[in-house]
Design a protein around this ligand. Sequence first.
Ligand code: HEM
Length: 510
Amino acid sequence: MGYEAAIAIAIAGASAFVVIRKLQWNARSKGLPLPPSPKGLPIIGNAFDIPTKFEWEVYEKWGQELGSDVIYANALGFSLVVLNRRKAAVHILETKSAATSSRPFSPMVCELLGWDNIIPLAPNGDEYKNKRKLFQQHFHPNNMSLHRAGLRQSLPQLLTSVLDNPGDFRHANKMFMVGTIVKLTYGVHKKDRVEYYAKLFDDALEPPMRAAIPGSYLVDIFPWLKYVPEWFPGAGFKKEARKGKELGRRFADEPLEEALKLMHSGSGEPYFVATAHADADSAGGIDPNRLRFIRDVGASVYSAGVETTLGTLDYFYYAMSVYPEVQQRAQKELDEYLKGEGLADFHDEPHLPYITAIVRELIRWQPVVPLGVAHQSTEDLVYDGLFIPKDSIIMANQWAMSLDEEEYPEPHVFKPERYLTPEGQLDPSAPNPESIAFGFGRRFCPGSHIALSTMFITVSALLELFTFTKVEEFDPERQVKIGNTRGPTDFRCGITPRVRNARDLIQSMS
Ligand code: HEM
């Protein structure tokens, strides 16, 4: 066979391959188009378009420019689908939840750093199902009185810290959230231990947070790089991964060991590890696998519950300092109902609709999980005449949904009134941002009731005791800490007591 014939056969073979792929694609997509996407480059697709900063804003802008609520990007073979409106998220992530509730696999985060053992990052499967079930058994809304008791015990420490040292309110918020979660999960409440875990957990969460920024590590694009030895030039990521993985191990193991010691010393408190251990014991005995599940669920509570609720609480101080009229209306509601005789308790919530409306507005106005937690599709899907291929990474742009003018007119204004009737009661017909902020479908946040209770009790106590004033310019849209969750960078606000008996009121809670 001559040279020309060989070339002709090669070209014919390549063309046949392209035609077969095209026919297979047409059969899968039934000729339907992919969602609109920015124009990419050959082979690498939209690799250079994928944003690494304020991604939620860029995706919303793409949606506006492309005239679609669902947009698509293809980067080096990865399909990314972003849902900019709630209607699309409900259809794709809830109605079709069976096919859209897995999680994408990142070689760096999941394998090299070893974080796919926690519930939010675990792919679908029995391990995931059993861990979520174990979480829900203990942190179930039916057990709310248990969690609320824990919250009530942690709150006086926060209020006293803000009273004594108002300039350090951010640190006080952090210790409150870390303290509440390690108490509910591990039974740990000594101040020095809470400080210790706050530092360990920050250090341990830093590597996966960094790795979650798209494009941070080439190994996520070329997974075979994971086999390159650590000493190989350019393989610095392997050393980072080794150190990060060890921190991740300590993150999960150390508090578990302390919780077990407390349990064996007879603390008798009903925190998660002790209860799950006792349940396993009475159901046939505890084995290493069961203990591993308890460890991973414990680590899930911290990694999913602290930064999210903390970011929302931090934004509360800022919101009150720039919306004094909201603050005054809330304080009037508290004063009229409580008459200065004590701090609000959970059972007071139905009588304090404006406080509930403030909590709702906080989770809407500054979404702390702006792109949700990425889902992955496990089947081909069709939405509104658009084809969404299997294995797409699907992100719910919760930031864009929360600021959707059609559901929330004047979306950038902090307006709790939007949830109230003219008589000041909660309006059941008003859109509720809880249906956005806590995600969608089978992966819906199982800790939402704890987050909302934390915010209600904290916001009502802080508003009853203090006045918040603006002392410096701060841009809540730009001055944000970037990571998996979005929270404000450092800012100051004036905090002064508004009642004389603040300390007595705090003590009455203890
Ligand atoms: C304001 C506070 C919070 C916000 C905004 C929030 C939001 C979210 C979101 C958006 C997801 C992903 C849902 C999805 O994939 O569609 C999630 C998952 C999760 N959240 Fe929360 N969350 C908060 C507080 C908490 C708390 C306090 C806990 C624990 C006590 C918690 C535990 C979890 C867990 C375990 C998951 C993983 C669920 C799964 O993948 O099956 N969250 N949360």
